[in-house]
Write a protein that binds this ligand. Structure first.
Ligand SMILES: [Zn+2]
Length: 421
């Protein structure tokens, strides 16, 4: 398995290059929308999409009809066909929504699949040649594909996908395991009892963004003032999202560096965003983003990333005795376990500990060879659990708790694992 890494750098194209890029963005967008419309029609008529070959096959004729399609580097349009057919495959296989038309008001992008060279302070692209770039660290490896994008704030970026030639390290789960619970008041709470949240100045930018968006809403549609207000809002929006990305990168790096097994809840973020009261908070903290970063960073460093099913009642289960309470509303921060009298002074830490333990159980079932080494530890040191103790056909202690029905009491962990009857 090869490992691809993406590096994003800022680009500073000159006036001429900006014009070329604007035209290329336009062509790529037009070709995407044209092919999407055609594919949509074909799909309605026949129940099938158009293949990548069929979409690419449209190009020669289109170029004859529309001279301006010859202006961008031709490979960039081939990538559009590839991306569109992939979008359809993802749709048919249930991984994504139906592909959407691209608007000139959103982020613009174009991809170069070859012939891009990274130089000192510059990137050399076909047709537009040398573009000034801010490259802060050495980029090692073979450049696979480079995407130039322009944010609504007007800034240009290049996202460089590099194959560093190294194999993915062997994944191991021997070592400390940490469970993470994501929330609204704190972005992330760990089973070790640490809490992480956005830096204080993040709120300041966010307030500013809200002000700018309100201003924008008051401007007359189509007016020049509205254009200006939209640009200002886009600039602050970019600041807010860069700030959040930076925070999530540092947080995920730290968690991956300090632990061997990282257990998170598998969040159906899309499903949760339907709940409007939670929606804003969720999109703000970027939970899905954190999971994605943890996952690839763990893969790069040979660590285990494991998702626990989101229907698993991590908040409502007592980590001490596994008793599951019926209800725990979002504003109840502290609760007492009616079974073992443990005072859960922090519901999120309790949840994170349950996520960690559930992950250890799953690891013991699925990865016996590693888990049987007995070196997987719970991390907190409170109660070392050598996972080899869990019989392979053992159902979840938590499932047991919920399956008992009206009699919800269960005894201590050891008795759950080794029932007396
Ligand atoms: Zn309890």
């Amino acid at each position: 398995m090869i490992m691809l890494k993406a590096v994003k750098v800022r680009l500073y194209p000159n006036q001429q290059q900006r014009i070329h890029l604007a035209k290329s963005f336009g062509c790529a967008r037009w070709y995407w929308n044209y092919s999407l419309a055609l594919t949509q029609k074909t799909y309605q008529d026949t129940g099938k999409g158009l293949s990548r070959g069929a979409i690419q096959g449209l190009l020669p004729q289109l170029k004859k009809e529309f001279e301006w399609l010859k202006e961008p580097y031709s490979q960039c349009l081939q990538v559009v066909a590839l991306n569109l057919s992939n979008a359809f495959i993802n749709f048919f296989e249930g991984r994504a929504k139906f592909p959407r038309f691209k608007s000139k008001h959103h982020k613009q992008s174009i991809s170069y699949p070859q012939n891009v060279k990274i130089l000192d302070g510059f990137i050399k692209f076909p047709k537009i040649k040398l573009v000034a770039a801010k490259i802060s660290k050495l980029i090692e490896g073979t450049v696979k594909i480079v995407t130039i994008s322009q944010a609504p704030s007007g800034k240009y970026y290049a996202s460089i996908l590099v194959d560093d030639g190294k194999d993915k390290p062997e994944v191991s789960s021997d070592g400390k395991c940490i469970g993470l619970d994501v929330g609204i008041s704190d972005i992330c709470v760990t089973s070790d009892g640490s809490k992480y949240n956005n830096p204080r100045w993040f709120k300041k930018h966010q307030k500013n963004l809200k002000r700018k968006q309100q201003k924008l809403a008051r401007k007359e549609k189509g007016s020049n003032n509205r254009k200006k207000a939209r640009f200002l809002a886009a600039k602050v929006y970019e600041k807010v999202s860069n700030c959040r990305l930076d925070f999530l990168h540092k947080l995920s790096r730290r968690i991956v560096n300090e632990n061997q097994v990282i257990a998170v809840e598998n969040l159906n973020v899309k499903g949760m965003v339907h709940n409007r009261s939670l929606a804003l908070a969720i999109s703000n903290v970027g939970w899905g983003m954190l999971n994605t970063m943890l996952k690839y960073k763990a893969e790069w460093s040979g660590k285990t990333y494991i998702e626990v099913d989101r229907f698993f009642p991590s908040s409502k289960t007592c980590n001490n005795c596994l008793y599951q309470i019926d209800k725990l509303s979002l504003d109840e921060r502290v609760w007492d376990c009616p079974s073992c009298n443990t005072k859960h002074i922090d519901r999120d830490i309790n949840a994170a500990q349950n996520i960690r333990d559930e992950a250890l159980r799953l690891l013991a079932l699925g990865r016996r060879a590693t888990a049987c080494g007995g070196t997987v530890s719970r991390g907190s040191g409170r109660e070392k659990s050598t996972t080899e103790l869990v019989p392979l056909n053992q159902e979840s202690p938590r499932e047991r708790v919920s399956n008992v029905g009206s009699v919800k009491r269960t005894n201590r962990m050891s008795e759950v694992l080794y029932p007396k009857d």
